[in-house]
Structures are given as structure tokens and as C-alpha cells.
Design a binder for this molecule. Sequence first.
Ligand SMILES: Cc1cc2nc3c(=O)[nH]c(=O)nc-3n(C[C@H](O)[C@H](O)[C@H](O)COP(=O)(O)OP(=O)(O)OC[C@H]3O[C@@H](n4cnc5c(N)ncnc54)[C@H](O)[C@@H]3O)c2cc1C
Length: 427
Amino acid sequence: MSDKFDAIVVGAGPAGCATACKLARAGLEVLVVERGKFPGAKNMTGGVIYGPVLDSLFPGAPGDIPVERAIGRHVICLLSDRSSVSLDFNMAGSGDRNGYTVLRSRFDRWLANKVEEAGGIVAAGLRADDLLWQGQRVVGITAGGDEFRADAVIAADGVNSTMATKAGLRVNLSPENVNQGVKEVIGLPREAIEERFGLTSDSGAAIHFLGFCTRGVHGGGFLYTNKESLSLGVVVQLKALMESNLKSVDLLESFKEHPTVREYIRGGTTVEYSAHLVPAGGLRMVPRLFTDGLLVAGDAAALVLATGRALEGINFAVASGIAAAETVLKAKERNDFSKESLSVYEKLLADSFVLQDLKTFREAPRFLENQRLYQTYPELACKLAEEVFRVDGKPKKKLWQLARQEMKGRVSIWQLLRDGLSARSSL
Ligand SMILES: Cc1cc2nc3c(=O)[nH]c(=O)nc-3n(C[C@H](O)[C@H](O)[C@H](O)COP(=O)(O)OP(=O)(O)OC[C@H]3O[C@@H](n4cnc5c(N)ncnc54)[C@H](O)[C@@H]3O)c2cc1C
């Protein structure tokens, strides 16, 4: 193995593999170091890759990408402790799709294979320990006691990015800017999944929960369909979780017991359990994205969109990885890897959905601090639906009267208006 490369990528997740794939295809010598036994071994996601981001790397996607199901049905489900109210958006019948579910151990391995097919080297089981410096410039990494040099290093080492921290580009994570996710993959026969979720062949559903799933802690739950399994999990703000004295595993257990969820997972067997952190601070958390000889991509740069509806991280990781590769290719043409030359990266991200979406939703993290979103409103919606659909032989009330009755003691009209206005400006 040569110890001088055009580029070294730290981390074989979606950000790192996207970068490496594009660079290797352009003929650059690329080394990817991955601390896991194999790419994807340590990785976790809820499971939906949103949008068409993979098409630019793999035209005709999904093609042979190991996706599970094409998402044609999106549901937002509010939970009280015993009932639920849902908004169900179904475009499966039209053949339209807005993403795919994936299982990371398969998906990441496939991506890493594509890097190798393009001529890149993926060294799994090798952890990058430190950066190599020449003056103020990053010139490589140390890993497994060896030094590896390169013109450019791409830190794609995930939410805890030691590389970006060692480069002085970011500080340690703070609990209000990070969410903790726990997830189970629950095996179920294909027919049971399709019958319960109203799906045909490879179409899939993504259900996002708010309310009882986190028992009032800031966050939400998700249930995604794979071919022969379901991905079920909760994601909660670390600070709120610490203050609640609850544990995320207990939240997941009670979520599984909720009547709405229990019905979906009935008879299933847990085949995988995982926990992971995910950046949730939005634009305010995004660090400096480059320095001399180094670029930061994906979760390492906190490029994740969390608007309370869904988490978009994989598409942001892939898009930022592609932008990092384009930046390195331009720098290579100029033979200039200084921070001035690498600043193209920020311009590319600013021109794409990556920084534009984070800017559009810059106020979302503050809006999501509102405690009423996680208990008051889901309970209110369920109670109201209960009253609206109740026929008990007593005279009925009009909808507004019922709403006022249920709001009493829960939320004032002014709070409701303020929250509505705040939602309008943040989301
Ligand atoms: C519970 C949960 C649910 C989510 N749901 C979704 C979803 O449905 N859709 C979505 O788009 N996003 C979702 N996300 C976010 C998404 O998973 C991440 O944004 C995405 O995985 C980021 O990709 P990445 O390549 O930047 O980082 P990662 O996927 O974390 O990859 C980083 C890689 O770097 C390796 N690494 C770390 N340190 C080193 C080192 N020192 N040396 C060598 N290798 C190293 C790791 O082993 C890993 O392979 C979710 C996240 C969580 C936690």
C-alpha cells in the first residue's frame, strides 16, 4: 500500500463513500479508513434515504443498490397513551416514490464495494487516531501506528468526528444540539408487512410518531417498512432525556406496547438492536467546514435536517461528500490544497439543498424546544378525535365547543396562537 495518496477519507459511511467513489472514478488515488470490522458494522440510521441524491452517483438508481422498499406512503401519527390520530399521505398507487428504506450493514458495504470497484482502497478495521500536520496544514493521518499522507483529508467520521475536533474546527457536542436514537429491527414475514401497512410488492411506508412514544421528552418515534422487517425506534434530545431521568431503551419498550404500534409489530422477532447519536442543532451547529488540507462532510459537519417530521441525514451526507470530492478535484487541477482553494466547498454546499435547507429551517431547532409539541398537542388531538367520533346517546356539541372543552387546563388560546405563528415562521 502506497503511503502517499491524493486523498484520505476517514469513515466509510454515506458521506465518506460518496466522496471516495467520486474521487476514485476520476482516477485519484484514494484511501478510506474505517474503524468498523466492515463498512456499516457500527452504523445506524432510522432507515429512509430521502430524495434522488443517489442518482447523481449511480444513474438509474436504485438499480442494484440494496434498498428495501420504495417509500410511497408517509404518515404522521400523534399518540396519546392509548389512542392515535394520523395524517396519511399515500402516493404509492401513482407509482411515485420519495425515498427508499435501507439497512445500513448491507447498504454501507455495497457503497464501499463501489469505491473499490472504482479503484479506491477501503481499509476496514483501521481507526484514524490523529491528523498529521505540516505547520498549519493537514497532510495526512495516523492510524494503527502508521502514518498515511495525502494532499487532502476528508473527515467523514460521523457525529463525534475526532478529526474535525483535532483540526480545531469544532468543539465537543453539547446535549441540546444532539439527539440519541435507539432502534430495533423486527423481523416479520413479507406478507404480514404488506397486509398490515396496505402495501404491494416493493412499496413501503414511513410512519413518524409524536407524543406518547417519547413520554413527553423532546423527540419522536419512527416505524419504517423493510422487505422482511420493520425498523422501529425513538430519537430524543439528549439534554431533555437527561433531565427526564428516563432511559431511551425504556421509551422504546413502552412505545412497542402502545396499542397502535403493537398491532403493527405483532408476532415479530427482534433481529437487531442499536443506539446512536445524531446532530440536531441545525445551522447553528455547523462548524467551519474546511481548513488547509482538510474538509469535513456529513454528520461530522452536523449537516442534518431535523424539522420534527423526519430526519434527513443520509441525503445530506451523500450530497456533502460529492461536493467535497468536487472541491478536491478542482484543488488538484490547481495543485493548491490551501484553505482558500478548498473554500469552493462551502460555495458548492451553499448552492445546493444542503446549506439552503439548513438556512430555511434555521429556527426549527428552537421551535422544537416547545414542550407542548410532545405531550399537550398529541393528547389534545387524540382527545378531540375521541369526542368527535363518540356516539353515546347524549346530545352532540359542535367541533369548536369540543375543542374549547378539551383545551381547558391544557393550553390557552393565546398559547395555541403563539405556537401556530411560531410554527409558521420556523417550519
Ligand atoms: C436513530 C436515527 C435515525 C435516523 N434516521 C434517518 C433517516 O431515516 N434518514 C436519514 O436520511 N438520516 C437518518 N439519520 C441520520 C443519518 O443516519 C446520518 O445523518 C448519516 O448516517 C450520516 O452519514 P455519515 O457518513 O456522515 O456518518 P456515519 O454514517 O456515522 O459514518 C461515519 C463512519 O465513520 C467511521 N468512523 C468514525 N470515526 C472513525 C475513525 N476515527 N477512524 C475510522 N473510521 C471512523 C464510523 O465507523 C462510520 O462508519 C438517523 C440517525 C439516527 C441516529
